[in-house]
Design a protein around this ligand. Structure first.
Ligand SMILES: Cc1cc2nc3c(=O)[nH]c(=O)nc-3n(C[C@H](O)[C@H](O)[C@H](O)COP(=O)(O)OP(=O)(O)OC[C@H]3O[C@@H](n4cnc5c(N)ncnc54)[C@H](O)[C@@H]3O)c2cc1C
Ligand code: FES
Length: 285
């Protein structure tokens, strides 16, 4: 179980893996996530399901190396097995026939928005997708997104591919031109999701975001992933990860994301001392 059947390097620090997990593949729905452990003694990390194949019993994950566990995961090869792979977790996206919808993905959020866009299109919606990254090499899964959408816009901050600028600039233009847009989904870095919500607010278009809080158990027991939503406490792992972006307390959310930075850096340094005495680690903060 949990064998890596296919591994692909999408960028120097972004990997895609198809994992054998038939039980998860049977019931997973767009918007849900899994929690995996690379080894018995290690951290549990949540990753969104980027794709699934029910017949073959496979789940696709796409992850970016940001610290010790994602780096350790990237060293596994096809044929290796993960220690654990729990899911599907969280609530599924609310897929219905809305009419015209926009899905926005930034960075590895492009992978997360993929199954949602596809399901929305299958439900008969006109799906306009906007994907963006800092530069061309970081634009991932372009073909999959093209297929999952009715229209695809691409932006890069440096203008090396697609439109120069941020995804939210294209979104603003679309909201100006098309008054039939009913709903927007946005998945990516916290700041991108926050700006998406600021962009849609004047147009009063429902905006859903998928929050990537720091999680431990993923079952609503530990409280690690708590967020404040319109003054109420919610747990991202059981009440989310998808929420009405207009209700999120973004300042608290972004502050809580960085609360373990010291420990994460110690863990990263130790991992590199033990595994790469040459100090080739990429992390600098
Ligand atoms: C529901 C959900 C879905 C996610 N989906 C994806 C995905 O599809 N692809 C992807 O690349 N990343 C995804 N993430 C983020 C991913 O879980 C973190 O990048 C990963 O846990 C970092 O672990 P690390 O040891 O490599 O880095 P660390 O050095 O431990 O941490 C680096 C940063 O990652 C975040 N992080 C650390 N530990 C956790 C944790 N246990 N839970 C959540 N975030 C943490 C923190 O912001 C931290 O500052 C998702 C997070 C959540 C909550
Ligand atoms: S991760 Fe523990 S309550 Fe959500």
């Amino acid at each position: 179980m949990y064998q890596i059947v296919q591994k692909e390097k999408l960028h120097e620090i972004i990997y895609s893996m198809w994992i054998e997990a038939p039980q998860v593949a049977q019931s997973v729905q767009p918007g849900q996530f899994i929690i995996l452990m690379v080894k018995e003694k290690g951290e549990r990390i949540p990753l969104t399901v980027a794709d699934f194949d029910r017949e073959k019993g496979l789940i696709r994950i796409v992850f970016q190396i940001v610290g010790k566990t994602t780096e350790e995961l990237s060293t596994l090869e096809e044929g290796d097995r993960l220690f654990s792979f729990i899911g599907p977790l969280g609530r599924k996206s609310e897929i219905e026939h809305y009419g015209t919808v926009v899905t926005v993905g930034g960075g590895t959020g492009i992978a997360c928005i993929h199954p949602i866009s596809r399901a929305l299109k299958e439900a008969g919606n006109k799906v306009i997708s906007i994907i963006g990254a800092r530069t061309k090499e970081l634009i991932i899964m372009e073909e999959e997104l093209r297929e999952a959408s009715s229209y695809l816009w691409i932006t890069t901050d440096d203008g090396s591919y697609g439109r120069q600028g941020f995804v939210t600039q294209v979104l603003k233009e679309l909201l100006e031109q098309d008054k039939t847009i009913k709903k927007v989904w946005s998945i990516g870095p916290a700041i991108m999701m926050r700006v998406t919500c600021e962009t849609t607010r004047p147009y009063a278009v429902d905006t859903l975001v998928s929050l990537n809080s720091v999680m431990v158990d993923g079952t609503g027991m530990c409280g690690s992933c708590r967020v404040t939503m319109g003054g109420e406490t919610k747990f991202v792992c059981t009440d989310g990860p998808e929420f009405d972006g207009q209700l999120v307390d973004w300042i608290e959310f972004m502050h809580r994301l960085s609360r373990y930075q010291e420990a994460e850096k110690r863990s990263w340094d130790l991992y590199h001392e033990l595994n790469h005495p040459c100090t080739c680690g990429r992390r600098t903060n």
